[in-house]
Ligand binder design. Sequence first.
Ligand code: ADP
Ligand code: MG
Length: 312
Amino acid sequence: MGTTYSIRLADSPLDRGALRRLQGDVDAALAEVNRQMSTWDPGSEISRFNRAGANEPVAISPDFQLVVRRALEIAEATGGAFDPTVGALVNLWGFGPDGLRRAPPTPDQIAAARAVIGWRHLRLLPDGRLEKDIADLKLDLGAIAKGFGVDRVAALLRERGIENFLVEIGGETLGVGRNDQGEPWRVGVLKPDGSADLQGVARLTDGRAIATSGDYRNFYRDENGELRAHIVDPRTAAPVGHAVASVSVLADDCLTADALATALFVLGPEEGLPLFAAQFPGVEALFLLRRENGRFEEVATPGFAGAAGYAP
Ligand code: ADP
Ligand code: MG
């Protein structure tokens, strides 16, 4: 996934040997997610699917099926703001396997990429095989796979009888039980200005997860000085560019939090907030909007502060 992970255990029932074995098992579980869903690995199942032709169903592993099923549900529920087929566009704007670029793509290149995206071109067959009806369509689970990885590791820890832990992959985080002080786990929400300063602190327990998407970590400035970040609005075929600097989402699983953080970053608060109250009960969101003099304005769902125990 091109990032790091960390796990904290409080009151671990495991001895040193068991912890070492657990670490090996966590590494193996995450390597397995990569082997299925990483577009950076040419030998992965997803890379094989991306090379397949139109209407040639490809067999994929059960976990991969689950992630695709959820990705399609979330694409539908967000009116396509979240779209797991944006790979060609992400690559075109300099955030895919082809690497960075300084000059914006030409209108022809954008039109060509646009012609090969769209989640409705992707179908999970009843037998679990995956199919597309456009050969050049590129599946990209970069906005959801880390969250799934967190859920996967959390399930592994629970299986081993561990009851108090925090799991984090590249910033997407899930907390179960309590920390060393017997309190809910505390997770910082970064100020989205590239610094290490915190905007606030959220509290996680009972398997709640928090994920953040933003334009402050993975971005570059093009030759015109425009900020280009790695989340693409499938409706405009361009990187999202508005006042939203980051969105943090709280949900009962990290896959959902991860995908919805990306979707809400595309939608912004005006389009996003009404949609989410209706579509996703139990999900809460915090938008940080860029304002003059380097300040950030907080816009949140009514339940965010209570549900996250969030304190600015
Ligand atoms: P991060 O990886 O920084 O946590 P995200 O979870 O938001 O950020 O994932 C961003 C990645 O998701 C991009 O690098 C790209 O692979 C993919 N992506 C970009 N735009 C979209 C979109 N509109 N819908 C789904 N996936 C997207
Ligand atoms: Mg995401």
